[in-house]
Design a protein around this ligand. Sequence first.
Ligand code: NDP
Length: 239
Amino acid sequence: MKRALVTGGSGGIGSAISRRLATDGFHVAIHAHRGLETAQTLVGEILAGGGSAEALSFDVTDGEAVRASLEALLEKGPIQVLVNNAGIIDDGAFPGMSEEQWRRVIDVSVNGFFNVTQPLTLPMIRTRWGRIVTISSVAAIIGNRGQVNYAAAKGALHSATKSLSLELASRGITVNAVAPGIIATSVSAASFDEQAIHRLVPMKRVGRPEEVADLVGFLCSNQAAYITGQIISINGGMI
Ligand code: NDP
């Protein structure tokens, strides 16, 4: 059984991705930061449904903590599917944005990507089969007012995805990013009301976490072996 790690698996989109990968037959390590109990509950659901999963927690910005957790995870075998999904927003108009807002959002997304992905790469290469999917955002493609920090962070992940895909292409490992539009989670509920969704989304609705998970599930499958280095949008026609 191939093993997967979903960072931010305790969140809205991460939970759906974890469920999908478990349904597709992966053992799923469901990562949380503060919400370990949520991840544990999800593990319980997956086990009850006949799937295979475990929960773990760390702060993706804490390089040492991440390394220690991943070393323990790797003792049981390589991780062949990595979904970098942990992320935060901390919006504000740029003239009033604090250094802390700028640094924190970039720290979680960009340094988090490095801290988690780097230690898993060599063991994945040795298996000659792997999938790395990073969740970015439509904001990195078209920009968004109040999200200069977030767009910069997610845009960096697009560039990292493209470069890493070139390094790993000959090893049977695909590296892609999925850029969602507005997806129904607690984060988007706080940021967009009904009117804004009507104005911004041609399909006049938010996306469901399961719709993102279906795309990620496909990218992690054997059928997607020839797709790499891509930024794939899922946004109801926003761009
Ligand atoms: P949630 O807030 O529901 O989930 C975020 C996840 O990231 C949680 O599991 C959280 O862990 C984890 N996380 C946050 N900070 C850290 C940290 N320092 N270390 C480790 N884990 C951390 O958000 P969504 O499900 O909505 O978002 C998931 C991803 O999708 C994010 O990368 C987001 O930017 C992206 N996205 C979301 C969109 C949306 O409309 N919802 C649109 C476009 C992109 P915990 O809760 O356990 O602390």
